[in-house]
Write a protein that binds this ligand. Structure first.
Ligand code: NAP
Ligand code: F7E
Length: 346
């Protein structure tokens, strides 16, 4: 057990929820940055939250936004974290073509705001940047730490900026700042509009007779899909090393979207061809065709190894949807509001 304190941006997202679980298990005090919204957006971490008046509480939530640099500086000063995990981003590739400016503001410049806040407050904290395999884009696989970058979307371009500004602050100011270059990682907590979750949810609903058709875009794209719960362990390991460095985190295997669809439907004894239809609205102006990560450096230096591959991931996600459907609630959406809806700053 540790007495360390961590600050997580993007705590309400898929990875933020798994990382919070991991750090709380290790004895950390965890502070999370939550965007103010007109609806509750804490459903992925509600199960971790306790009343802030409880003396044993080790999870605290604060309003903040990566577009607001002075708020970030203020929070750092208040929380005095040992480790900062920057997971916040406009993370949807297709949406980044619709909102390129907002994506750049949050995903790229937001990183500079946070790094600059760390530099200005002079905190001796360690910094993790959520970099992405989307930075490799059009460069053929396998992709590793020294593979040239060729991003194919405003999201990929924004992440590449964030990657380089993180390296720049490490080189220029001696910050302990690392890039985790993570390939696609999924789970039952994945956002509902990413392809794996969309497929798992629809296949389950089709099996239950609640819908008949699933509309998808490009089935030929290939991805290196891993399990998010395992990937957050690699994030933590990166910040426990003597020296800061950048690491690829991936399974080293590649499957097409069609493969993932087939595994998901087959797990429910369904033939996907009877239900999946093409809709061009899900195509991207430029696509990333094939991603396969070489994570040998993470294995050698961090001792990190993936266990779950795409076929098992598809089954695991469908099983979670079945479970949720039988309970009549989404896997990450609580049936009733919980105390997590009271933020620590209130
Ligand atoms: P996610 O589920 O989309 O979560 C993104 C988080 O960022 C959410 O908590 C979101 O808040 C928050 N956020 C968005 N804009 C913000 C802003 N302006 N200020 C503060 N917070 C903001 O993403 P994820 O799958 O957990 O991924 C975590 C990080 O890893 C992201 O940076 C993503 O780009 C990167 N990444 C993901 C993958 C992957 O396969 N999952 C692979 C490589 C890299 P709301 O809940 O309010 O929307
Ligand atoms: O698409 C194809 C689509 O949106 C995967 C983010 O976490 O991983 C993620 O980005 C593939 C693409 O994820 C649909 O064209 C077909 O080829 O699930 P996705 P992504 O774009 O790979 C990277 C590493 C990140 O960093 C990102 O933050 O599936 N596809 N039909 C579809 N995709 C979606 N979303 N919806 C469809 O209907």
């Amino acid at each position: 057990m540790t007495a360390k304190t961590a600050l997580i941006t993007g705590i309400t997202g898929q990875d933020g929820s798994y990382l919070s679980e991991l750090l709380l298990d290790k004895g950390y005090t965890v502070h999370g940055v939550v965007r103010r919204a007109s609806t509750f957006n804490t459903c992925r971490i509600d199960h971790l939250y306790r009343d802030p008046h409880d003396p044993d509480t080790r999870l605290f939530l604060h309003y903040g936004d990566l577009t607001d640099g002075s708020r970030m500086a203020c929070l750092l000063d208040q929380v005095q974290p040992d480790e900062v995990y920057n997971l916040a981003a406009q993370s949807h590739v297709r949406v980044s073509f619709d909102e390129p400016e907002f994506t750049g503001d949050t995903t790229a410049l937001g990183t500079t705001r946070l790094l600059e806040a760390i530099r200005m407050t002079g905190l001796p904290c360690r910094y993790y940047q959520a970099s992405s395999s989307e930075m490799f884009g059009a460069t053929p696989p396998p992709q590793h730490e020294s593979t040239p970058f060729h991003p194919r979307s405003p999201y990929g371009v924004a992440k590449l900026y964030a990657y380089w500004i993180t390296r720049n602050y490490r080189e220029a100011y001696g910050l302990y700042a690392v890039n985790g270059i993570l390939f696609n990682h999924e789970s039952p907590r994945r956002g509902p509009t990413f392809v794996t979750r969309k497929v798992a949810t629809a296949a389950t609903r089709i099996k239950a007779g609640l819908q008949d058709v699933l509309y998808l875009g490009n089935l030929d794209a290939r991805r290196d899909w891993g399990y998010a719960a395992e990937y957050v362990e690699a994030m933590w390991l990166m910040l426990q090393q003597e020296d800061p460095d950048d690491y690829v985190v991936a399974t080293g295997t590649s499957y097409s979207v069609r493969d993932f669809v087939e595994y998901s439907f087959a797990h429910l004894d369904l033939d996907w061809r009877d239900h999946v239809r093409f809709d061009k609205r899900y195509l991207r102006p430029a696509e990333v065709d094939d991603l396969v990560g070489d994570a040998s450096k993470a294995e050698q230096v961090l001792g990190w190894r993936p266990r779950v591959r795409a076929p098992e991931l598809a089954r695991l996600m469908v099983d979670a949807e079945l479970n949720a459907l039988s309970r009549n609630t989404g896997p990450t959406v609580p049936a009733v509001p919980s105390p997590a809806h009271t933020l620590a700053s209130h």
